[in-house]
Design a protein around this ligand. Structure first.
Ligand code: ACM
Length: 269
C-alpha cells in the first residue's frame, strides 16, 4: 500500500489558492492514501467565530470537497484532510475521508486545543475505523494525540493506520507518536503544516516535521521543520496486525479493562 503526506503552508483565508496548490501537487501523485494537514484550506488561527462562519463549508455542498473528489477519481486514491466544517448552526474542526465517489467519513475533532474552544464546537461523532480495501484506517486530529484513549480506541476497533491531520504548535507530539505506535502496534501518518498564521491577534508558528511511524514505534520518515514536502512510500499494513511485544504479551489482548474503570468516567470540567 502506498501512503503519504503533503506538508505545506496554507495561506490564511485563501481557500481556493490553497485548494489549487494541493490539486496541482497531488495531480500526478501515485498513491493509495494521502494525508493533508488540519484545517488544510482555510488556515488555522481564527480571530473569532465570525471568521470561522465565513470560511467553513458544508461537505455536502462544497466546492472544496467536489474538487478533491474529482482529484481522487482521477488519481484513484483517497485523501484524509483537515476541513473547516459547517453543519447547520455548528462549526467543527473536522477531518474528511474522501475517495473517488466523495466523502466516506467525517471525523470531528474531539479535543479542542486552546483558543479553538472559542471558535469550534466539540466533536460529537464516535470514533470509528474505515476500510480502504482490506486495510482499516482511523482518524484523529492534532491535539487528540495528547489523549492516548483516542489511538487506543481506534486500535481496539482494528485500525491499522492512524491518519493524523495536524497544525502542531507545541514541539513534542512527533516524538510522542512513536510511543502511540509502539503501545498500539499501529502505523501513524502525522501530517503537519509549517509556516506562520500572521493574524491581527498574534502570530502562530507551526512545527512541520510531518512523519510516518511504523507499528514498532520506529520512525520511518520525518520532514524538515519549515519546508514543503510531498512524501509517499510503500508500507505493509499487515505488520499492524501483529500485536505481540514478547512471545507472551500482546498490547491489546493483555489489557485488564476491569481495572480501568476511571478511564470511562468523566471528570468535572
Ligand atoms: C492543535 O490541536 N492544532 C494544536
Amino acid at each position: 500500500m502506498r501512503v503519504g503526506y503533503y506538508q505545506y503552508r496554507p495561506q490564511f483565508g485563501k481557500v481556493s489558492h490553497n485548494l489549487n496548490k494541493v490539486v496541482k501537487k497531488l495531480g500526478s501523485a501515485a498513491a493509495d492514501l494521502i494525508v493533508l494537514p488540519e484545517l488544510a484550506f482555510t488556515g488555522y488561527y481564527f480571530r473569532n467565530k465570525a471568521e470561522v462562519k465565513a470560511l467553513a463549508e458544508d461537505p455536502g455542498r462544497s466546492v472544496t470537497v467536489d474538487t478533491l473528489t474529482a482529484l481522487c477519481k482521477k488519481q484513484n486514491f483517497r485523501i484524509v484532510t483537515g476541513f473547516t466544517e459547517k453543519a447547520r448552526d455548528k462549526y467543527f474542526n473536522s477531518a474528511l475521508l474522501i475517495g473517488p465517489r466523495g466523502v466516506e467519513h467525517v471525523y470531528r475533532k474531539l479535543h479542542l486545543f486552546n483558543e479553538e474552544k472559542k471558535w469550534f464546537d466539540e466533536g460529537n461523532i464516535p470514533l470509528q475505523v474505515n476500510r480502504i480495501g482490506p486495510v482499516r484506517i482511523g482518524i484523529m486530529v492534532c491535539f487528540d494525540w495528547v489523549f492516548p484513549e483516542v489511538t487506543r480506541t481506534l486500535a481496539l476497533q482494528g485500525a491499522d493506520i492512524i491518519c493524523h491531520p495536524s497544525n502542531l504548535v507545541l514541539g513534542y507530539c512527533q516524538q510522542t507518536m512513536l510511543t502511540r505506535c509502539l503501545e498500539n502496534k499501529v502505523y501513524a501518518i502525522t501530517t503537519n503544516r509549517f509556516g506562520y498564521d500572521n493574524r491581527p491577534q498574534g502570530n502562530l508558528r507551526f512545527t512541520g516535521r510531518s512523519q510516518i511511524v511504523a507499528p514498532g514505534g520506529t520512525l520511518i520518515h520525518r520532514a524538515a521543520s519549515q519546508r514543503e514536502e510531498l512524501f509517499i512510500m510503500d508500507i505493509d499494513p499487515r505488520l499492524a496486525r501483529d500485536k505481540s511485544i514478547t512471545p507472551h504479551n500482546e498490547v491489546l489482548r493483555d489489557r485488564r479493562p476491569e481495572y480501568y474503570k476511571a478511564l470511562t468516567q468523566k471528570k468535572g470540567k
